[in-house]
Design a binder for this molecule. Sequence first.
Ligand code: VGL
Ligand code: ZN
Length: 200
Amino acid sequence: MSNSSALLIIDVQNDFCEGGALEVPGGSQVVAPINAMIADYGTVVLSQDWHPSDHSSFASNHSDKDPFDIMQASYGPQVLWPDHCVQATDGANFHRDLDASKAHMIVRKGFRREIDSYSAFFENDQTTPTGLEGYLRSRNVTDVAIVGLALDFCVQFTALDARRLGFETTVFAVACRAIDLDGSLEQAMHAMRNANVVLK
Ligand code: VGL
Ligand code: ZN
């Protein structure tokens, strides 16, 4: 693949894998296909969900809420999650078999207490940037390939933002796994197709 393509590896962290705090079914199965793709890209970016323990997306920080309830945040509806990917915990570490040493950049997201961040480009208010766009543009990236966890949350939001920013965008579903909360997977596939994300 050419140097104008970047591989965005989304949230392949212990808490999203089997036995983790917000386990995605089959999560660790993405590691081998992702490792096999890394050498094909001139730019390789990892995203890392990186929350403070008092993060507003954690149900435990709301006295009247349970995990997977939906809350009205200032920027819209927000799913409340089990505590996960707390900064500097083992759950926030990348899966041990992921070839993380090959990454050129690591984007941390979700570290502001009041805003969650699914996308690796913008937080959930859709305006606070992570800096990833500028990084890719400064390396003349025009195309992105997206893989990782979870297909219906962070992968989907990253892909939709990539399209919004004008990147040619392919999601490799074989190297993704989904949470699938109340039809979220089907909804995500539909939204990505509508936005001209190429699904492979
Ligand atoms: C994610 C829910 C909460 C993800 C992150 O990586 O898809 N999902 N935080
Ligand atoms: Zn999170």
